[in-house]
Ligand binder design. Structure first.
Ligand SMILES: NC(=O)c1ccc[n+]([C@@H]2O[C@H](COP(=O)([O-])OP(=O)(O)OC[C@H]3O[C@@H](n4cnc5c(N)ncnc54)[C@H](O)[C@@H]3O)[C@@H](O)[C@H]2O)c1
Length: 434
């Protein structure tokens, strides 16, 4: 065997006087590909291809940078004077387009999309956030256990290579290589949150992930941390008035603990964090029949049922349209400031006024029915958003009268067009002014 190999090796050795029927023509190897290209207009096709590719690559990234963001001022944030190095800086005007990723992207190159996890991304707020991040050119991984979220909310991204969906409960640890974590996973309505301990354990796991991979972490906290507030409107420096043992405390205190954990990871482990305190938000893709006041009124009016007002209906809330919230969350994530920031619409409505707007929008003849109020339902809720205005350059743009019809269109389609959603029956729910 060995000798056979040696023999063949010798046979292939080139020798200067080997006979070759064709004389060696070095210029043929150059001319042949040129002739090949010139035949059947191949060259024209190649040139057109190059032109199209150049056009696409030069247009695509700029279209994802077209969002109307104002860069955040460099002004210091008195309460959260962090010594951490920020990976994101804004240079001049133009928002994301002018963002320099801390030296990761060499000057002159287009901004590279980030890898972002959105926990709870199949839910109401999360799915709208995912839409914006994908549109911006980022790669998004949604982590959701579908407790209250729906695949339908993100289905339009299936097949997009920049989108991934993982069915996972955040109370279990998870390892992913990402740049940013938007942590939304948590049942947000009174009907659901009583059954789920997501807030503390889930937040702990996601903070652990942020620490491990060096990702920036944004917590979606809530106005519920102010409890039944003794200060009105609520400023971020107000510490709240929360019943620690009431039926709502798993949510209220859960979010307060989540804020504490977030700040501890920031101070103790150097994790870059952001905290948003979200006030009542409404819009398309909200869970129908989940006990939140706007979705309940809209669903009831569409089904020709009386609108249920709990208590005397004089308790107030502010209602923010979902696109305003998503804009605020993204500005907070990309900005320099830890927070907490109130993100809400300061327009204040009593429950009866809200019912009236729903009547005007859907059915002027809709009746109102009064029922006893739920335990610990806050009397007043209105955000002071001065801090978000000053430091994030953010304020809500969509009024209730403009936003409500957009939500009604979606609810109408889901209630009457998709019978799988509600089975044609009204679920009996505990309603609150949330
Ligand atoms: N919508 C509001 O008015 C409002 C107000 C204040 C705070 N928030 C906060 O914003 C976030 C999003 O709220 P939303 O209104 O979109 O609620 P949602 O219920 O529509 O979305 C929550 C999502 O989290 C998922 N989820 C729940 N538990 C999970 C778990 N253990 N593991 C993985 N996924 C889980 C759900 O399936 C759902 O997709 C929540 O953290 C909520 O507390 C919302």
């Amino acid at each position: 065997m060995g000798s056979e190999l040696i023999y063949r090796g010798h046979e292939t050795q080139p020798t200067p006087d080997t006979y070759s029927p064709k004389p060696h023509k070095p210029w043929v190897s150059v001319i042949r590909p040129i002739r090949y290209m010139l035949r059947e207009q191949r060259l024209v096709f190649v040139l057109v291809g190059i032109a199209i590719a150049t056009l696409v690559f030069s247009l695509l990234p700029s279209s994802s940078n077209n969002h109307d963001y104002t860069p955040i001022s460099d002004s210091h944030f008195p309460t959260e004077s962090t010594q951490l190095t920020h990976r994101f800086f804004y240079q001049g005007h133009g928002g994301y387009g002018s963002m320099n990723l801390g030296g990761k992207v060499p000057l002159g190159l287009k901004r590279k999309g980030l890898r972002i996890v959105v926990t709870g991304g199949a839910g109401f707020v999360g799915s709208h956030l995912v839409d914006r991040l994908i549109a911006r050119g980022d790669s998004v991984i949604v982590v959701d256990n579908f407790f209250t979220g729906r695949k339908e909310n993100v289905m339009h991204h299936f097949g997009n290579p920049r989108f991934e969906l993982i069915r996972h409960d955040v109370v279990e640890p998870l390892l992913l290589e990402v740049d940013q974590i938007y942590h939304l996973a948590c049942p947000a309505s009174p009907v659901h949150y009583k059954f789920n301990p997501t807030n503390v354990v889930g937040t702990l796991n996601m903070l652990g992930l942020a620490k491990r991979v060096g990702a920036r972490f944004l917590l979606t906290s809530t106005s519920e941390v102010y409890g039944d507030p003794l200060q009105h409107p609520q400023v971020e420096t107000y510490w709240g008035n929360v019943n620690p043992i009431g039926v709502r405390s798993c949510y209220d205190e859960g979010k307060r603990t989540a804020e504490t954990l977030t700040m501890d990871y920031h101070r103790g482990a150097g994790v870059e964090v952001r905290i948003a305190r979200i006030f009542n938000t409404y819009g398309p893709r909200m869970c129908i029949d989940d006990g939140r006041v706007v979705s309940n009124f809209v669903a009831q009016a569409l089904r020709k049922e009386p609108l249920t007002v709990y208590g005397d209906g004089k308790q107030t809330r502010s209602f923010q349209y979902v696109s305003d919230l998503v804009e605020g969350l993204m500005r907070l994530m990309e900005g320099e400031h830890v927070g907490p920031f109130n993100l809400g619409n300061p327009g204040e409505f009593t429950m009866l006024e809200l019912a009236q707007v729903v009547q005007e929008t859907i059915d002027p003849n809709a009746k109102i029915e009064f029922k006893p109020n739920t335990e610990d339902d806050p009397h007043k809720r209105k955000p002071d958003i001065t801090r978000a205005k000053d430091l994030l350059g953010w304020e809500p743009k969509v009024s209730l009268r403009k936003g409500l019809p957009l939500m009604v269109t979606d609810f109408r389609q889901r209630i009457f067009g998709d019978h799988k959603e509600d089975g044609g029956a009204t679920a009996s729910t505990t309603m609150s002014s949330n």
